[in-house]
Design a protein around this ligand. Structure first.
Ligand SMILES: NC(=O)c1ccc[n+]([C@@H]2O[C@H](COP(=O)([O-])OP(=O)(O)OC[C@H]3O[C@@H](n4cnc5c(N)ncnc54)[C@H](OP(=O)(O)O)[C@@H]3O)[C@@H](O)[C@H]2O)c1
Length: 293
C-alpha cells in the first residue's frame, strides 16, 4: 500500500474508550490511514479484541497498535496513566476521548466522590488533555506541526449550562442538567486549553457523533429499545469513524477550539461560551483536581 493511501503513517493516536463503539470506529479509520493506535478502556479482553481488529484494518504494514488499560472513573488513575505515557513517549499526534456511562437513574458517585457522568465526560477528559499537552505539542497531524484533541460527546447539540453555585450538580442533578453541564464544560475546558500559550498549532474539537450503532445503553434496562432503534436509525461505527477522522484532518479545525457536528461540519457553541465561564470552569476544575489528586 502506498504512502498516499496511508496519509497518517508514522502518527500515533491514543483512543480512550477505543474498545468498542465510536472509539473503535475512529481507531479503525485511523489505522486504515496508517496511524498506530493505543486503545484504552477498562476491559482488557474487549481492548485486546479491538487491537486485533485494528491490525486487520492495517493491511499492508506491520502496525504498533496496543492496549493500555485505563479506568477513567478514577482521576488518580488517569494521572498515573498520563505520567506513564509521558515516561514512555516523546510525542502524541491524536488524543481521542469517548469514555462514557449510559444510565437513566439519579446522581451516582465514583469512589473518589465525584458524579460519574461528569468524571467520564468532563473531568477525566480535561485532565487527560491537560496532562498530555506537552506530548501533543510535539505531535503532528497533516498540515500542522502540532497534534489534535477530539472529545466525542455533544458539540453543538447541548444547551448551555454554567451554574457556578452548584457546578458538580451535588444539589441539582438531573439527567438533562448532567448532559448540558458536560457538554458546556467540554466547550469551556477545551477553549481554555486552546487559549494556552504553546497551543497555537493544536486543534481542540468537541464533536457530536449523531445516532450511532454502538454499545451505548446496552447495559441499561432500556437495552432492548435502544438496540431496536439503533438497528433502524443509527449510523455504523465505521461511518461515524470516517466522519470524525475527516474532521480531525480538516484544515478548518487545525488550530483552536471548534465544535463539530455529525457530518464533520462546523457547529455552534452556546451563549455560555464566555471568558467569564471559561475562567469559572477552571476554578471548579482546580478544586476537583486538588481534592482528587
Ligand atoms: N452512540 C450514540 O448514538 C451517541 C450519541 C451521542 C453521543 N455519544 C457519545 O459518544 C461517546 C462514545 O459513545 P459510544 O456510543 O461509542 O459508547 P460505547 O459503545 O458504550 O463505548 C464506550 C467506550 O468507553 C469505554 N469506557 C466505559 N467506561 C470507561 C471507563 N470508566 N474508563 C475508560 N473507558 C471506559 C468502554 O470500554 P470498557 O467497557 O472496556 O471500559 C467503551 O470502549 C460518548 O461520550 C457518548 O456519550 C454517543
Amino acid at each position: 500500500m502506498s504512502l498516499v493511501s496511508q496519509p497518517l503513517a508514522g502518527r500515533t493516536a491514543l483512543v480512550v474508550g477505543g474498545s468498542s463503539g465510536i472509539g473503535k470506529g475512529i481507531g479503525l479509520e485511523l489505522a486504515a490511514r496508517g496511524a498506530d493506535i493505543i486503545v484504552s478502556s477498562r476491559r482488557s479482553e474487549a481492548g485486546e479484541a479491538a487491537v486485533a481488529e485494528l491490525v486487520e484494518a492495517s493491511a499492508g504494514r506491520t502496525p504498533s497498535h496496543r492496549f493500555a488499560r485505563l479506568d477513567a472513573s478514577s482521576l488518580r488513575g488517569v494521572r498515573e496513566f498520563t505520567q506513564q505515557l509521558a515516561a514512555e513517549r516523546e510525542s502524541l499526534d491524536f488524543l481521542v476521548m469517548c469514555q462514557t456511562k449510559a444510565s437513566f437513574g439519579g446522581r451516582e458517585e465514583t469512589r473518589e466522590g465525584f458524579e460519574i457522568k461528569l468524571v467520564l465526560h468532563v473531568y477525566s477528559r480535561l485532565l487527560l488533555a491537560a496532562d498530555l499537552l506537552p506530548l501533543l505539542r510535539r505531535g503532528e497531524r497533516p498540515g500542522t506541526p502540532g497534534g489534535c484533541v477530539l472529545s466525542v460527546l455533544s458539540g453543538g447539540v447541548h444547551s448551555g449550562l454554567a451554574d457556578w453555585t452548584d457546578p458538580d450538580l451535588a444539589q441539582t442533578f438531573s439527567l438533562k442538567r448532567a448532559a448540558d453541564a458536560a457538554g458546556t464544560y467540554n466547550d469551556l475546558g477545551l477553549q481554555h486549553l486552546a487559549d494556552q500559550a504553546g497551543s497555537e498549532d493544536l486543534g481542540f474539537l468537541h464533536a457530536s457523533p449523531g445516532f450511532v450503532d454502538s454499545k451505548w445503553g446496552h447495559e441499561t434496562r432500556a437495552a432492548f429499545l435502544i438496540k431496536a432503534a439503533q438497528k433502524l436509525f443509527a449510523t455504523s461505527i465505521e461511518e461515524c469513524g470516517r466522519t470524525m477522522v475527516e474532521a480531525m484532518c480538516d484544515d478548518r479545525f487545525a488550530r483552536g477550539f471548534h465544535c463539530v457536528d455529525h457530518h464533520g461540519k462546523p457547529a455552534k457553541t452556546t451563549k455560555a461560551q464566555t471568558p467569564h465561564n471559561v475562567a469559572a470552569l477552571q476554578k471548579h476544575l482546580a478544586a476537583v483536581f486538588e481534592t482528587a489528586l
